[in-house]
Design a protein around this ligand. Structure first.
Ligand SMILES: C[S@@+](CC[C@H](N)C(=O)[O-])C[C@H]1O[C@@H](n2cnc3c(N)ncnc32)[C@H](O)[C@@H]1O
Length: 198
């Protein structure tokens, strides 16, 4: 990631009106229900990692639901706004400003990794494979290539979209608990719930 990309995200977040409400992504809530039913103990004291967390809505939701959360993003501006939102709701998240290209998680330290609207085929699998404990969970959603055909899509670069079935192939060594390609009202995505094998 170049310095200009960092600047681009900082400028983008600075231009937006600060968020005052915080809603988690639907797929996070749905997939989290499965985790809570399968391994209820981790959802009360587990460690979670939100990669490219942006304004932190999913990190905050996880923290409010019992997780100790590290939210990592390259944008200081995004993380500042995320911290304001967390403080306003009395929520504690450990925000980490870092370029994921270089960032190394502590090996086998997380029970859950979540990724939304971010695709870096080299970086994300490396971090998830290293950082998750055996049996740790992955919740992932990002744009499918069919998103490019939607008339008003803001996604322009095909490299940031997934070919059919790609998300499950990126985590082929994982136990795939749920994989879906979904055409939603506002976007086309792939959704994955998977588990690192023991
Ligand atoms: C489309 S936003 C998604 C943010 C959040 N996950 C969400 O769903 O709202 C992509 C995020 O990736 C972050 N990002 C881009 N490249 C990055 C990198 N190399 N390391 C860390 N964060 C990065 C940007 O700052 C931005 O917050």
């Amino acid at each position: 990631m170049s310095a200009s990309d960092r600047q681009r995200w900082n400028e983008k977040y600075a231009r937006r009106p600060a968020a005052t409400i915080c809603e988690a992504d639907e797929w996070l809530i749905v997939a989290h229900d499965t985790i809570a039913q399968t391994t209820p103990d981790v959802t009360t004291a587990g460690r979670a990692l939100d990669l490219a967390c942006g304004l932190g809505h999913n990190s905050i939701w996880l923290a409010q639901n019992g997780w100790h959360v590290d939210g990592v993003d390259i944008s200081a501006e995004g993380l500042n706004q995320a911290e304001h939102l967390a403080t306003a709701t009395d929520t504690v998240v450990n925000w980490i400003e870092a370029d994921l290209d270089d960032w190394q998680p502590k090996p086998e330290s997380y029970d859950l990794a979540v990724v939304f609207r971010f695709l870096d085929r080299a970086t994300v699998p490396r971090i998830v494979n290293t950082g998750l404990k055996p049996g740790g969970w992955l919740i992932y959603e990002t744009f499918a290539a069919s998103e490019l055909d939607r008339p008003h899509s803001h996604i322009r670069n095909p490299a940031f979209t997934l070919s059919p079935g790609e998300l499950r192939r990126l985590f082929a060594d994982f136990e795939i608990v749920n994989f879906r390609e979904e055409t939603l009202e506002d976007r086309n995505v792939q959704r994955l719930l998977a588990r690192r094998r023991w």
